[in-house]
Design a binder for this molecule. Sequence first.
Ligand code: CMC
Length: 481
Amino acid sequence: MGFGKPEPSQEPSGEVATLKLPDGQEHHIKLLRPSHGDDLFLDIRDLHARTGCFVFDPGYTCTGSCVSAITYIDGPKGVCLYRGYPVQDLCEHAQALEVAYLLLVGELPDDEQLYAFEREVKGHTLVHEKVTGLYSSFTLNSHPMAIMVAVVGALSCIYSELDCHNSAHRWLACTRLIAQLPTLACMAYRTSIGQRFIYPKAALSFAENFLYMMFANPMEEYEVSPVAVKAINTFMILHMDHEQNASTSTVRIAGSSQANPYACIAAGIASLWGPAHGGANEAVISMLREIGSADKVPQFVASVKAKVAGVRLMGFGHRVYKNYDPRARVMKSLVQEVLNDLHIKDPLLEVAHRLEEVALEDPYFVQRKLYPNVDYYSGIMLQALGIPTSMFTVMFAMSRTVGWVAQWKEMLAEGQLRIGRPRQMYVGAKRREYKRLSAAAAGTSTWDFSKFSFSQQFARKEGSGTLRSSFQVTLPTTVTR
Ligand code: CMC
């Protein structure tokens, strides 16, 4: 089996740009052209050494951090290719593990390779019982994403003997993570509803096993619905990779220090969680529920345009796409198909359609090129399959694990690993002399900390709200959700 060596770095195109600095100094910058598409890259790797300048680009809006041969996106045209194949074609014709193989290895598998890969992945679907035991420590109302960050990170305790410079070890980590994420995800869900775990079955396919572990019940036979299998398969393919987004960049940065890959993937899960990234699928459903009905859409759109604090049209907009996200097109028709097949009429779909219609005609969204992204319709589909809202981002994480490990493997296989280490523009105090300040001189509290125990100090801060601002302490409850 091949290990998917990345394409070599692009050679300079021979073209040069000239940068003129305020002191009259000129610096010639080579231009790099990718193997596909019209993007141009200024090669500034020697900029600081030659000119003393850094570049300032918060949020990395126009910084290429690596070369990669995995996913290609053309934002203005709304194109997404996995190893050259349009993502919508893969959704139509391929199985999730076939696409996982493609992303990892670089080529689609033939029948024999696919069979061997499926067997290999299946062989890893059971998780170590030590990890299973960890779940008992989580309270019933723990968010499944919080559980995922913890348990995937904990895999690095079990699989600590890993040499990331050894390609066979890397392959093992990749296949193990792809296999175990669905099992861990379902365990997180079952913990949150207080039900016993269902172990995977060798006879089931990847998507079937996920549904079985989520929804089977020891009291009765569980029949996997073909509609749900197709939907999960497509959902997984659509979310598998999306080049250098926040979570993938997080995985790469963590991996660049040669950290354990399980810990790197836990870092990726944490990065994915926020509503600006993978958490948007959960936020879309909350938004649609809050809007409530199609006639309230204009009112909501007005508050988005007025930039009322905290109000955005969730599931709209993208850093790279300035056109309809091709994944959102697939998701939109899949939602309709799933609802039809399951004979479900979801009033949220009507709200979503109306909201999309209004936004796509409104100059605010048109001028900013804001279109639905993959998260806009996915929640309605997951809801129709019976997947609870708190699991939506876990579903994303489970699918994106394929891209994370493929990108991690690609980076390490390059063999010239440089630690990711951006620069900053410092805006703090200038150098100053140390002087001890008395509380009175500093104008701070005169409360004498030395007279109180640490827990009294904690209680005092909590009472004043200073500890509550960023998290809520939730006590275990016996109520099963
Ligand atoms: N609703 C309203 N206005 C928006 C939205 C939105 N969803 N997205 C961007 N804008 C406005 C923004 O206010 C700004 O306006 P102005 O120029 O007047 O200040 C302009 O469009 C540019 O926005 P930005 O925040 O600078 O764009 P960005 O590239 O930094 O952010 C984004 C991209 C995806 C975080 C953002 O579009 C957003 O917050 N969308 C909603 C959350 C969402 O759906 N996230 C899922 C992304 S796709 C799945 C994934 O990869 O995770």
